[in-house]
Write a protein that binds this ligand. Structure first.
Ligand code: F6R
Length: 247
Protein backbone atom coordinates (compact mmCIF):
# COMPACT_ATOMS: atom_id res chain seq x y z
CA UNK A 1 0.00 0.00 0.00
CA UNK A 2 1.26 3.43 -0.94
CA UNK A 3 -0.14 6.46 0.92
CA UNK A 4 0.21 9.91 -0.60
CA UNK A 5 -0.82 12.71 1.72
CA UNK A 6 -1.48 15.95 -0.15
CA UNK A 7 -1.60 19.56 1.02
CA UNK A 8 -5.25 20.01 0.10
CA UNK A 9 -8.12 18.85 -2.08
CA UNK A 10 -6.78 20.58 -5.21
CA UNK A 11 -3.48 18.77 -4.86
CA UNK A 12 -5.27 15.47 -4.26
CA UNK A 13 -7.34 16.00 -7.43
CA UNK A 14 -4.29 16.86 -9.54
CA UNK A 15 -2.25 13.87 -8.32
CA UNK A 16 -5.11 11.41 -8.82
CA UNK A 17 -5.80 12.77 -12.32
CA UNK A 18 -2.09 12.45 -13.18
CA UNK A 19 -2.08 8.79 -12.13
CA UNK A 20 -5.19 8.12 -14.22
CA UNK A 21 -3.64 9.97 -17.18
CA UNK A 22 -0.47 7.89 -16.79
CA UNK A 23 -2.55 4.71 -16.89
CA UNK A 24 -4.21 5.85 -20.14
CA UNK A 25 -0.86 6.85 -21.68
CA UNK A 26 0.63 3.45 -20.86
CA UNK A 27 -2.47 1.59 -22.06
CA UNK A 28 -4.72 3.69 -24.31
CA UNK A 29 -7.48 1.04 -24.24
CA UNK A 30 -7.57 0.92 -20.44
CA UNK A 31 -10.68 -0.17 -18.58
CA UNK A 32 -11.24 2.41 -15.84
CA UNK A 33 -13.50 1.78 -12.87
CA UNK A 34 -15.08 5.11 -11.92
CA UNK A 35 -16.78 6.56 -8.85
CA UNK A 36 -19.25 9.37 -8.29
CA UNK A 37 -19.89 11.66 -5.30
CA UNK A 38 -18.11 14.78 -4.10
CA UNK A 39 -14.56 13.45 -3.93
CA UNK A 40 -13.95 12.75 -7.65
CA UNK A 41 -15.35 16.09 -8.86
CA UNK A 42 -11.93 17.80 -8.78
CA UNK A 43 -10.30 14.75 -10.38
CA UNK A 44 -12.78 14.86 -13.27
CA UNK A 45 -12.13 18.61 -13.66
CA UNK A 46 -8.37 17.96 -13.86
CA UNK A 47 -8.87 15.10 -16.36
CA UNK A 48 -11.01 17.42 -18.50
CA UNK A 49 -8.25 20.02 -18.40
CA UNK A 50 -5.60 17.45 -19.38
CA UNK A 51 -7.83 16.44 -22.32
CA UNK A 52 -8.25 20.09 -23.39
CA UNK A 53 -4.47 20.51 -23.24
CA UNK A 54 -4.12 17.50 -25.58
CA UNK A 55 -2.32 15.54 -22.88
CA UNK A 56 -4.80 12.67 -22.71
CA UNK A 57 -6.96 10.82 -25.22
CA UNK A 58 -10.07 8.93 -24.12
CA UNK A 59 -10.98 7.57 -27.56
CA UNK A 60 -10.04 3.96 -26.74
CA UNK A 61 -10.86 4.06 -23.01
CA UNK A 62 -13.71 1.98 -21.55
CA UNK A 63 -15.32 2.86 -18.23
CA UNK A 64 -17.31 0.86 -15.70
CA UNK A 65 -18.99 2.83 -12.92
CA UNK A 66 -19.28 1.39 -9.45
CA UNK A 67 -22.94 1.96 -8.80
CA UNK A 68 -26.35 3.39 -9.65
CA UNK A 69 -29.51 4.11 -7.68
CA UNK A 70 -32.36 1.67 -8.25
CA UNK A 71 -35.31 3.33 -9.99
CA UNK A 72 -33.34 6.24 -11.46
CA UNK A 73 -33.38 6.94 -15.19
CA UNK A 74 -30.12 8.17 -16.75
CA UNK A 75 -31.72 11.58 -17.46
CA UNK A 76 -32.69 12.07 -13.80
CA UNK A 77 -30.28 14.68 -12.35
CA UNK A 78 -29.94 12.54 -9.20
CA UNK A 79 -28.71 9.50 -11.15
CA UNK A 80 -25.07 8.55 -11.37
CA UNK A 81 -25.39 8.23 -15.16
CA UNK A 82 -26.35 11.93 -15.24
CA UNK A 83 -23.53 12.82 -12.83
CA UNK A 84 -20.94 11.13 -15.07
CA UNK A 85 -22.29 12.80 -18.19
CA UNK A 86 -22.23 16.24 -16.57
CA UNK A 87 -18.89 15.94 -14.84
CA UNK A 88 -16.74 13.93 -17.24
CA UNK A 89 -18.18 12.14 -20.26
CA UNK A 90 -19.61 15.19 -22.05
CA UNK A 91 -16.29 17.04 -21.71
CA UNK A 92 -13.91 14.45 -23.20
CA UNK A 93 -13.66 12.30 -26.34
CA UNK A 94 -14.95 9.07 -24.84
CA UNK A 95 -17.42 7.03 -26.91
CA UNK A 96 -20.78 6.70 -25.16
CA UNK A 97 -20.95 3.00 -26.05
CA UNK A 98 -17.80 2.39 -24.01
CA UNK A 99 -19.23 4.01 -20.84
CA UNK A 100 -20.94 1.45 -18.64
CA UNK A 101 -23.07 2.08 -15.55
CA UNK A 102 -25.47 -0.41 -13.96
CA UNK A 103 -29.01 0.35 -15.10
CA UNK A 104 -31.23 1.69 -12.34
CA UNK A 105 -34.27 0.92 -14.46
CA UNK A 106 -33.66 -2.78 -15.16
CA UNK A 107 -36.87 -4.83 -14.73
CA UNK A 108 -34.91 -7.41 -12.79
CA UNK A 109 -32.16 -5.96 -10.59
CA UNK A 110 -30.73 -9.48 -10.13
CA UNK A 111 -30.43 -10.01 -13.88
CA UNK A 112 -28.82 -6.57 -14.21
CA UNK A 113 -26.27 -7.48 -11.52
CA UNK A 114 -25.39 -10.71 -13.36
CA UNK A 115 -25.12 -8.82 -16.66
CA UNK A 116 -22.75 -6.29 -15.06
CA UNK A 117 -20.44 -8.98 -13.66
CA UNK A 118 -20.38 -10.70 -17.06
CA UNK A 119 -19.53 -7.38 -18.68
CA UNK A 120 -16.63 -6.79 -16.27
CA UNK A 121 -15.33 -10.23 -17.13
CA UNK A 122 -15.82 -9.85 -20.93
CA UNK A 123 -13.91 -6.55 -20.77
CA UNK A 124 -11.01 -8.40 -19.10
CA UNK A 125 -11.45 -6.80 -15.68
CA UNK A 126 -10.55 -3.31 -14.53
CA UNK A 127 -7.09 -1.83 -15.04
CA UNK A 128 -7.50 1.03 -12.58
CA UNK A 129 -10.35 1.43 -10.10
CA UNK A 130 -10.99 4.88 -8.64
CA UNK A 131 -12.71 4.75 -5.23
CA UNK A 132 -14.08 7.26 -2.75
CA UNK A 133 -14.76 6.31 0.87
CA UNK A 134 -18.11 6.48 2.62
CA UNK A 135 -18.41 7.94 6.14
CA UNK A 136 -19.20 4.41 7.35
CA UNK A 137 -16.30 2.83 5.45
CA UNK A 138 -18.28 1.77 2.39
CA UNK A 139 -16.61 1.43 -1.01
CA UNK A 140 -18.93 1.48 -3.99
CA UNK A 141 -22.17 0.91 -2.11
CA UNK A 142 -20.82 -2.11 -0.25
CA UNK A 143 -22.31 -1.12 3.07
CA UNK A 144 -21.17 -2.41 6.50
CA UNK A 145 -22.46 -5.95 6.94
CA UNK A 146 -21.66 -9.37 8.44
CA UNK A 147 -20.06 -10.64 5.23
CA UNK A 148 -18.30 -9.26 2.18
CA UNK A 149 -20.40 -9.67 -0.97
CA UNK A 150 -18.35 -10.75 -3.96
CA UNK A 151 -20.78 -10.21 -6.83
CA UNK A 152 -22.50 -7.08 -8.11
CA UNK A 153 -25.63 -6.85 -6.01
CA UNK A 154 -28.62 -4.80 -5.01
CA UNK A 155 -28.19 -3.15 -1.63
CA UNK A 156 -30.37 -1.26 0.84
CA UNK A 157 -28.60 2.03 1.54
CA UNK A 158 -27.88 2.78 5.18
CA UNK A 159 -29.45 5.88 6.72
CA UNK A 160 -25.96 7.41 7.16
CA UNK A 161 -25.26 6.98 3.43
CA UNK A 162 -28.66 8.43 2.48
CA UNK A 163 -28.09 11.43 4.75
CA UNK A 164 -24.58 11.98 3.36
CA UNK A 165 -25.94 11.90 -0.20
CA UNK A 166 -28.95 14.10 0.54
CA UNK A 167 -26.81 17.09 -0.52
CA UNK A 168 -27.24 15.98 -4.13
CA UNK A 169 -31.08 16.02 -3.81
CA UNK A 170 -33.58 18.64 -2.69
CA UNK A 171 -34.60 16.60 0.36
CA UNK A 172 -33.64 13.41 2.24
CA UNK A 173 -36.92 11.80 1.17
CA UNK A 174 -35.82 12.00 -2.46
CA UNK A 175 -32.64 9.97 -1.87
CA UNK A 176 -33.29 6.45 -3.16
CA UNK A 177 -33.29 3.62 -0.65
CA UNK A 178 -31.62 1.03 -2.88
CA UNK A 179 -28.71 0.86 -5.27
CA UNK A 180 -26.92 -1.62 -7.49
CA UNK A 181 -23.25 -1.81 -6.63
CA UNK A 182 -20.24 -3.60 -7.98
CA UNK A 183 -19.23 -6.21 -5.40
CA UNK A 184 -15.86 -6.86 -3.82
CA UNK A 185 -14.73 -9.20 -6.62
CA UNK A 186 -15.02 -6.56 -9.31
CA UNK A 187 -13.24 -4.03 -7.11
CA UNK A 188 -10.53 -6.28 -5.65
CA UNK A 189 -9.72 -7.88 -9.03
CA UNK A 190 -8.80 -4.47 -10.43
CA UNK A 191 -5.09 -4.42 -11.30
CA UNK A 192 -4.64 -1.08 -9.55
CA UNK A 193 -6.81 0.73 -7.01
CA UNK A 194 -6.75 4.45 -6.33
CA UNK A 195 -8.58 5.33 -3.09
CA UNK A 196 -9.15 9.08 -2.76
CA UNK A 197 -10.24 10.60 0.53
CA UNK A 198 -10.77 14.21 1.53
CA UNK A 199 -11.92 16.16 4.63
CA UNK A 200 -11.53 15.78 8.39
CA UNK A 201 -14.88 13.99 8.66
CA UNK A 202 -13.25 10.97 6.93
CA UNK A 203 -10.04 10.96 9.01
CA UNK A 204 -11.08 8.37 11.62
CA UNK A 205 -12.72 6.00 9.19
CA UNK A 206 -9.65 6.26 6.92
CA UNK A 207 -7.43 5.14 9.82
CA UNK A 208 -9.78 2.19 10.50
CA UNK A 209 -9.85 1.23 6.81
CA UNK A 210 -6.07 1.26 6.42
CA UNK A 211 -4.83 0.17 9.84
CA UNK A 212 -7.77 -1.48 11.64
CA UNK A 213 -8.86 -5.12 11.45
CA UNK A 214 -10.10 -6.34 8.07
CA UNK A 215 -13.82 -6.81 8.62
CA UNK A 216 -17.04 -6.50 6.60
CA UNK A 217 -18.28 -4.05 9.24
CA UNK A 218 -15.70 -1.65 7.73
CA UNK A 219 -16.00 -2.69 4.07
CA UNK A 220 -13.06 -0.61 2.81
CA UNK A 221 -10.71 -2.51 5.16
CA UNK A 222 -10.61 -5.31 2.55
CA UNK A 223 -8.40 -2.99 0.49
CA UNK A 224 -5.52 -3.85 2.87
CA UNK A 225 -5.32 -7.15 0.95
CA UNK A 226 -4.97 -5.48 -2.46
CA UNK A 227 -1.47 -5.84 -3.92
CA UNK A 228 -1.51 -2.50 -5.76
CA UNK A 229 -3.38 0.03 -3.65
CA UNK A 230 -2.55 3.74 -3.78
CA UNK A 231 -4.28 6.02 -1.27
CA UNK A 232 -4.36 9.73 -2.03
CA UNK A 233 -5.73 11.72 0.88
CA UNK A 234 -5.56 15.39 1.75
CA UNK A 235 -3.96 16.67 4.97
CA UNK A 236 -7.36 16.84 6.72
CA UNK A 237 -8.25 13.24 5.89
CA UNK A 238 -4.75 12.08 6.97
CA UNK A 239 -4.96 13.82 10.35
CA UNK A 240 -5.70 10.58 12.30
CA UNK A 241 -3.12 8.42 10.50
CA UNK A 242 0.21 7.48 12.13
CA UNK A 243 2.51 10.51 12.11
CA UNK A 244 4.67 9.31 9.20
CA UNK A 245 1.63 9.56 6.91
CA UNK A 246 0.45 13.00 8.01
CA UNK A 247 1.11 16.08 5.96
C1 F6R B 1 -19.91 6.56 -5.46
C2 F6R B 1 -19.48 5.56 -4.50
C3 F6R B 1 -19.36 5.88 -3.05
C4 F6R B 1 -18.65 7.20 -2.76
C5 F6R B 1 -18.63 7.47 -1.25
C6 F6R B 1 -17.95 8.77 -0.92
O1 F6R B 1 -19.91 6.02 -6.77
O2 F6R B 1 -19.25 4.48 -4.88
O3 F6R B 1 -18.66 4.84 -2.41
O4 F6R B 1 -17.34 7.14 -3.25
O5 F6R B 1 -19.94 7.50 -0.78
O6 F6R B 1 -18.70 9.81 -1.42
P1 F6R B 1 -18.19 11.34 -1.36
O7 F6R B 1 -17.03 11.42 -2.28
O8 F6R B 1 -19.37 12.13 -1.87
O9 F6R B 1 -17.85 11.62 0.05
Amino acid sequence: MKIICTKDYEDLSRKAAELIAEQILLKPDSVLGLATGGTPLGIYRCLTQLYRNDQIDFSSVTTLNLDEYVGMAPDNPGSYAYFMEQNLFSHVNISPERCHIPSGLAKSADAECRRYDQLISVLGGIDLQLLGLGNNGHIGFNEPSDTFTAATHCVALSESTRSANARFFSSLEEVPTQAITMGMNGIMNAKQILLCVSETSKSEILREVLFGPVTPSVPGSVLQYHPNLTVIADADACSCLPSEYRY
